[in-house]
Design a protein around this ligand. Sequence first.
Ligand code: ASP
Length: 360
Amino acid sequence: MSDQKELSDISWKAFNALSLKEKGDYFRADGHTLIAQQFSRGQLEALCTLATRIKRINKRREGANFLKTLLSDKRAMLYFAQPSSRTYLSFNAACQILGLDTMDVRDTATSSEVKGESAEDTLRTFSSYADMIIMRHPAGGFAERVAWMMAHTKREIPVLNAGSGADQHPTQALLDVYTLARSFEKTGGIDGKHIIFVGDLLRGRTVRSLAWMLTLYKDVTLYFVAPDSLQIGQDILDLLDQAGTKYVVSQDFASVMPIADAIYMTRIQDEWDVEGEARTTDSSDFRIGAEHMDIIKDTAVIMHPLPRRKEISTEIDNEPRAVYWRQMRNGMWIRAALILSTFGREDEVNQYYDDYKPVA
Ligand code: ASP
């Protein structure tokens, strides 16, 4: 009997009681990308390699034309029930690179949800027209529910989570890992690095997903620098403890700046503030600007999932250590790699790459 875990074999209640790692086994088996915890280091490395190959092949017209044939038999539905420009466009561009047609709903006010249809029924409807759903939703865990529902309606198409609630943003974490891996290519990779997260760590889903992915690397130390009211959740610290990853929780940005190999800035996520208990606090100590450039290492990188507010001064935008614009562009390549491998078509790229050896 196969020990393959399939969502169609488990009730929602039993599924919900599983740990994130256990859930990850189900998602992986069914081809979904829903949580950071479903990835292994080997998979991350394979995706990074594939992303770079796609990027190099795409540089030449013949290569770009070849890539466009790879998924020309597929259609993706982009369902974004929360504001997005970068992630939406980056997924859309990734689909275009691979010749995958896209359809979208970006405003639920234009769907039958206004007639009282549940979001689940809406997504079930969309799944009839598409071979993949790429979705963003304000409710944490909703993408998981959709994947489970697909399995139980026998419409088993992959679901990619493009951001869920304040909880998970696994494809942002993929592009962050890709950016870190490329930035540290000549300095021993991600292993052993000191990575500092700054800002709204409580509600920043990108940090929550990335922090977990970094547990897959050896001897990294993570620093969480935030005002008390916006500090990283205990659930993430528990996961780091279980993984044996070292971390430091602090409010003192200046004291850790000099040891950073990467500084990952985030904005205050005040869209999650609840009336009467607004958590938005003075964040002026949690910003980086030209006056800090002498303190941080020459080899360090400054990252941000964007959009930014004032936490990174525009004065440092042309600083070689500021990699946030490159980081954003990396999203398109790693998402193309993810989509291609979700459909199991990566061998065609690898074969093309070996045959034509496109230059860097
Ligand atoms: N773009 C990221 C997200 O969707 C970060 C942010 O919005 O601050 O979570």
